[in-house]
Design a protein around this ligand. Structure first.
Ligand code: ATP
Length: 281
């Protein structure tokens, strides 16, 4: 039986993030279009003797051990397996932390998928998504592994097929933006919502037509640099630009690699920022 596995855990961007309502349990009812990009953490999972779960990451701001969401994923599957086993997880972190790119949720999903394999549990995608949503609202999306319309708190997923590929320039200005703070300060408005998601998207410009993130109404007034980065991306040839998730990472969509790379190079000139030129996957 396979004893170890190495998985690539991709980041995501939100092409759309509508906050529909506040729920009594503190979560928010959302409507999101979620797209994976090929900026990946590398998650190595190994079965070991004993019954301990070890998680190492070595990145400031990310807990090793029990506080890591990957640890919680391993605990959940080992409890289900009912057979004692130890697990060692090493995360090579390439996705910026607390950046709106879903890095922790993606690591968590990678452990669910990897351990399902290593322990021979045979759990279905739906079952793994059910376990995942208890660990984090974005985890089911990363278990699903497809571009999706995500509703509920993020757990009701419908595949969105046929979205054209795009080049994506990610710019993270390294600001401390807490997701909890963003939602706490959000004023829900009754503005008109996109009634339906179009059936087909012909090109990157057609993706641009649905781009919108309600959470920008909180982050941009507090951190105007987010808006400046959006403008800079457009000035460098992006078809459109938006903040991802609760930020502060901003992304620009490009329909060609050369323009995306040139824009990335120009934005890299600012040493405080993390810049990556990636593709949708
Ligand atoms: P989202 O877009 O889902 O809001 P995010 O990209 O903003 O996610 P993450 O990078 O997933 O945020 O991390 C948020 C917090 O979770 C961090 O403060 C970090 O301490 C904690 N955390 C626990 N495990 C991990 C992990 N494996 N990777 C990153 N952060 C983790």
């Amino acid at each position: 039986m396979l004893q170890s596995i190495i998985l690539q855990a991709p980041a995501k961007v939100n092409y759309r993030l509508d906050v529909i309502a506040r729920r009594p349990d503190g979560y928010h009812e959302l409507r999101m279009i979620m797209q994976r990009v090929n900026l990946c953490d590398q998650v190595s999972i190994k079965l070991i003797d004993g019954n301990e779960i070890k998680v190492s990451c070595g990145r400031e701001g990310v807990p090793d051990g029990e506080g890591n969401i990957a640890w919680k994923a391993a605990r959940a599957l080992l409890d289900l397996a009912g057979q004692p086993s130890g697990v060692e997880i090493a995360i090579q972190k390439n996705i910026p932390v607390a950046a709106g790119l879903g890095g922790g949720s993606s690591d968590c999903a990678a452990v669910l998928l990897g351990l399902n394999e290593l322990l021979g549990l045979g759990l279905s995608c739906e079952q793994l998504m059910e376990i995942g949503v208890k660990l984090g609202a974005d985890v089911p999306f990363f278990v699903f592994q497809q571009t999706a319309l995500a509703e509920g708190i993020g757990e009701k997923l419908t595949p969105l097929t046929g979205l054209p590929p795009a080049w994506v320039v990610l710019v993270n200005p390294n600001l401390p933006v807490s997701t909890a703070w963003v939602y706490k300060n959000l004023q829900l408005t009754q503005r008109e919502r996109l009634a339906t998601i179009p059936d087909s998207f012909e090109d990157v410009a057609s993706i641009c037509r649905v781009l919108s993130n309600d959470l920008e109404s909180v982050t941009i007034p507090a951190f105007p640099v987010i808006s400046e980065i959006k403008d800079e991306l457009i000035a460098r040839g992006a078809c459109c630009s938006l903040m991802s998730g609760s930020g502060p990472t901003v992304f620009g969509l490009f329909d060609d690699e050369a323009t995306a790379r040139t824009a990335g190079e120009a934005l890299r000139g600012n040493n405080d920022w993390f810049v990556a030129v990636v593709e949708t996957v």
